[in-house]
Design a binder for this molecule. Sequence first.
Ligand code: AFP
Length: 334
Amino acid sequence: MTKDDHLTFRQFMLKEYREHGVSKDLIFLLEDIATACRTISHKIRSGAFAGTLGATDDTNVQGETQKELDVIANDQFMLHCANCSRVAALVSEELDNVIWLKDKAEAGDYIIYFDPLDGSSNLELNISVGSIFSIVELKEPLTELTDEAVLIPGSEQICAGYSLYGPSTSLVVTTGHGVNGFTHLAGSGEFLLTFPNMTVPAATNEFAINASRQKFWEPPVTRYIDECLAGPDGPRGKKFNMRWVASMVAEVHRILTRGGVFMYPRDSENASMGGRLRLLYETNPMAFIIEQAGGKASTGEGRMLDVQPTDLHQRIGVVLGSSEEVDLVESYHS
Ligand code: AFP
């Protein structure tokens, strides 16, 4: 493939259909999600002129002030995910309860979980933000349409992805056959394949954590970070670098691009809520993507994708990225 004949998203997904049997219903749904992301990207980049970079007067189920663009992004996902007749329900960070799109949910139907705009406290700072989505295909019909019915472990995902609204607009997707990155070519309306077969190196010298929370960390986290900071003379025997963007999508994208470990651990201050980041529409989709790229994703004690959800907006501790680092952090917890 020469530099300038990148596959379009549709061309790539048809390859996934031919080579891996990815369903056309899923492909059309992903094209609709890609449209939502392109529209959200445009709304963000023109937000300063539309006066939509600020906050609304509302708070969401998380108790956080909703940004205008949180609402706009949520509306875009709701609009574009409703076209597919197999989508039985939507679960959004911005909505208290499940949105049921059908009066019964059959085997083969999709549940879509999404954080329409993650990192939105960065919007006014012009720092990268993103959208995260996760798709589960029901193996059995649902007997009742309740919030509890969609509390499905991340291991059941058939697809996950994110869009990163940074210097360029990226779309990164897995359908269970590796991870592939696309870049939006402005004007063409297309996401073109630019980063095929993204993989996370097993080793790294870069960690990401909000170091201002050090006094709340549990001992295994403190030990791991202290050893990274000790550098070449310490037990790790090498220098470590640190990054913190306060935007999980940007951190994950960096890790997919050059390796690293991202940590938002449960700590003594957030333990009563279970952690900071949300399981169903943040850590589960990112865990699926990272694992598909050869990395690991853990709660600190065990595999993220094995967690049985207990609440729609459940929060959880997360350590994800280069497998050697995640293994080491888990070993300190056990
Ligand atoms: P917002 O969506 O409220 O900006 O939070 C972003 C986020 O959920 C995740 O994307 C970041 O990694 C993390 O929170 C940043 O948390 P801190 O604000 O504690 O650094």
